[in-house]
Structure formats: C-alpha cells, structure tokens
Ligand binder design. Structure first.
Ligand SMILES: Cc1cc2nc3c(=O)[nH]c(=O)nc-3n(C[C@H](O)[C@H](O)[C@H](O)COP(=O)(O)OP(=O)(O)OC[C@H]3O[C@@H](n4cnc5c(N)ncnc54)[C@H](O)[C@@H]3O)c2cc1C
Length: 392
C-alpha cells in the first residue's frame, strides 16, 4: 500500500524549505507534509551560492516583493536565528563616470519606493570601509540589505516548520522519478523509497523544474541554468565589513538587457559582488553564463572577477583563496519566478525560477505559495508570478 500524505514538496533547496516553513505555519497542525530531495537538503544551488539579501527598487511591485521578503528574513532571525544573519547594508561601488551617474538613479528609485539610500563621498566611504582602494570616488549605501548563510537558513526554516507542525517529514536522498496522476489531477509521486499518495505536489526543484514538469506530463517550463563562478578566501582575512557590489551589477544581473538562455556560445560576463562572512572570510562572485548544466569552473571568467574584486579591495590580493566552485541559477525566461498553481494539472504547484535572487526571495515565495494553497489573501500582489503565464 502506498504511503499517504496531504502535501508533498519536491526539492529541499531554499525555496522548498521556505515553502514548508510557511505551509506549516498556515495550514492546520494535523497536515501531513513530506519534503523530498534526491540529495542533501541545500545540496544544489542553495548550497553553491552567495547569501546577499537584496532589496531591488526597479518598480513598486519589485520593491514590495524584495523588501517584504528581506523583512521576513529579519523576523525569522529574531524568532529563530542560527543562520549567520548579518544586516550589513549594501555598498554600491563605481570606478568610472558612467557608473557614478547610476548612484543618483538608484537612490531616486529607493526614494520613489518610500525608502532611502545615501550617496557617500570618498571620505565617507573610507570611514565606512577603510579596506577599500583610496582612489574610489564614492558609493551608494543602502542600509536595508543583509547577508545570510543559506545552508544554515534552510535548516532554520525546517526547524521552524516542525515547531508549528510535528507532521513535517523531511527526506533527503529521496528522488522523485514520477508524478502520479489521473483525470487531470495529481495523485502523488513515485519515489526511490516507494510511492506516496497526495492531492498536492509542489515543484520546488530549481533548475530541474522543467524535468519535474515533464515527469508530470506537462510541457517543459521555461527555466534555464545560468552558471556562476565563486571563490572564497580563508577565515579572518577579509578587508571588508559590508556587502559590496559594483553598481553596474544592477544593469548586468537585473536589467532589461535581452539574453538568450538557449545559446551555446555565450561567453558570459561578470560584475563583482563581495560578501563578508561571519568567520571573517570573503565570498567573491559573481559571473553569469548560459552553458547548460555544465558545472566546470570557467577560470578565465573567475579570474576577471577576482581582478575586479582586487581593484576595489586591494587587500584581497594577499588573501588565500581556499575554494572555488560553480552554482546554477534557475533563470526564468521573463526574469520573474513562477509561484502558484499550474493550470494544466490540478494539484500541481510551482515555486521555481528565481535566478540570482532566490535566497532574498525565499521567504516571500514560501508565504505567497502557502497563502494561495490555504486560500487566504496574499501579502502582496501575487499575480505577476503566476505560472499560468506560461501555460499553452
Ligand atoms: C553563483 C551564485 C550566486 C548567487 N547569489 C545569490 C545571492 O547573493 N542572493 C540571492 O538571493 N540569491 C543568490 N543566488 C540565487 C540562489 O542561489 C537561487 O535562486 C536559489 O538557491 C534557488 O533555490 P531553489 O530551492 O529553487 O533551487 P535548489 O537549491 O537547486 O533546490 C532544488 C532542489 O531540488 C532537488 N531536486 C531536483 N530534482 C529532483 C527530483 N527529481 N527529486 C527530488 N529532488 C529533486 C535538487 O536536488 C535540489 O536540492 C545565487 C546563485 C548562484 C549560482
């Protein structure tokens, strides 16, 4: 006989963990919930990334989405803690005139959203970050951003879920290889450990979300892997205290530039992003390149990134790099995640496609998904993220 549950979340990355946390908070305590991952919890992208909690003020909707999520991170830290939350704020850096002009634009965007950001001159920047190059012309400081260690955050979210619902079962090393269905609705999943019957299945499998959709007899979702190379220094050697990024990062990572995720000749690009770690190390990224599921290091791109990092923080030149690796961002074709029901199959839900903002957006994603499943009013307008926009 198949095991039965009320709800199955597939994927134990930050998005699956946030979904379980918020579902446990919103649904009745008796709800039987199973989280399956074919590997370790936080063993894929969420364990191969940076942990910048980033508020993006592109427009009112985007601001509400990111700022509310970062607020939920603060609240989780106050209630629970244990995931190296560090409210460093973010310093946007520039080293040429064109990029300096972006400070005023970005500052105005924060102001238009009812928030604030401060333009610092060279002296103020040096007071805040004495380890930076002396010739930097200034920076934009946004106080609302922070940093977390995503692997520990996954654990905190699951611990929080169990406080609300003792029936949450977390199963690492439990691959899903089939979605059971009949008459247009989900019946459960086939796992390496046997079938589980459930009326609701959440696809939170990141870059593998198109595969799980296919397993459920649905069209592939338009989510593509976008590789990023990272390096980390040894402990206690970082010359920085704040989350730092080149202001051009905004254009590069979140801008409106057209990209084609299916091309195989993408040379990639980079805008530097440096993150102080609680152990005193410095995490350095971050490149972007479409090249399928390939996770070999692109030494050339990473080298360019490290040179940029040294240009801003010269002390990094002497810091030992102790590890380098590649993570795959789940890039959605319209640059917005998919959060909500899939119209082609009743009971099938999706929470995937967060590209380079999945850590920032995990709490609001979990909340919006749980609120829709519970049938209550959502915290912010959830319609821009409905997967139905990709339904045939
Ligand atoms: C280099 C880099 C830097 C980044 N920096 C930041 C940052 O500073 N701030 C930020 O907000 N975001 C950042 N991101 C983005 C963020 O890491 C991702 O958006 C986020 O981790 C995606 O989480 P996820 O849960 O969707 O995917 P994943 O963490 O990949 O989780 C999906 C899980 O599904 C499981 N799975 C897949 N198929 C199956 C199956 N058939 N059965 C069972 N389990 C399955 C996988 O094993 C995996 O564990 C960065 C990403 C990269 C690569």
């Amino acid at each position: 006989m198949a095991e039965t549950a009320d709800l199955i979340v597939v994927g134990g990355g930050i998005i699956g963990c946030a979904a379980v946390q918020h579902l446990a908070q919103l649904l009745p305590r008796s709800t039987r919930m199973v989280l399956c991952d074919r590997g370790a919890i936080a063993g894929a992208t969420s364990g191969s990334c940076m942990g910048h909690l980033m508020v993006t003020p592109d427009d009112a909707q985007e601001y509400a989405f990111t700022a509310r999520s970062v607020q939920l991170w603060r609240e989780l830290n106050e209630r629970h803690g244990g995931f190296d939350y560090n409210p460093t704020g973010a310093l946007y850096l520039a080293d040429d005139a064109a990029d300096i002009e972006l400070f005023a634009v970005l500052r105005q965007q924060f102001i238009d959203c009812g928030d604030r950001a401060d333009i610092l001159d060279a002296k103020q920047l040096r007071e805040l970050e004495p380890g930076l190059a002396f010739d930097l012309p200034g920076a934009l400081f946004y106080p609302g951003d922070g940093v977390v260690l995503p692997m520990l955050a996954c654990r905190a979210m699951l611990q929080e879920a169990r406080l609300h619902n003792p029936n949450v079962s977390v199963r690492p090393n439990c691959a899903i290889f089939g979605v059971r269905r009949a008459h247009g609705r989900v019946l459960g999943v086939d796992t390496a450990m046997g079938p589980i019957d459930a009326p609701i299945v959440v696809n939170a499998t990141g870059v593998w979300a198109p595969d799980l959709a296919e397993m459920a007899g649905q069209p592939r979702l338009p989510i593509y892997p976008r590789a990023g190379n990272l390096a980390i220094t040894g402990h206690h050697v970082t010359p920085i205290k704040t989350q730092l990024l080149e202001v051009s990062y905004i254009r590069f990572a979140h801008g409106t530039a057209k990209v084609d995720p299916t091309r195989t000749d993408d040379l990639g690009g980079h805008a530097v992003n440096m993150q102080p770690q609680t152990n005193g190390g410095c995490l350095i990224g971050s490149t972007r390149q479409f090249r399928g599921m390939d996770r070999t290091l692109n030494r050339e791109l990473l080298h360019r990134s490290l040179l940029r990092a040294q240009r801003y923080a010269p002390g990094l030149a002497a810091a030992p790099i102790v590890r380098t690796w590649v993570g795959l961002r789940p890039f959605s074709i319209d640059k917005h995640p998919l959060i909500g029901p899939w119209p082609g199959l009743e009971g099938m839900w999706i929470a995937a496609g967060h590209e380079g903002l999945g850590i920032s957006l995990a709490p609001i994603t979990g909340l919006l998904l749980a609120q829709q499943i519970a049938g209550v009013k959502t915290a912010i307008d959830h319609r821009p993220y409905l997967p139905a926009r990709f339904a045939p």
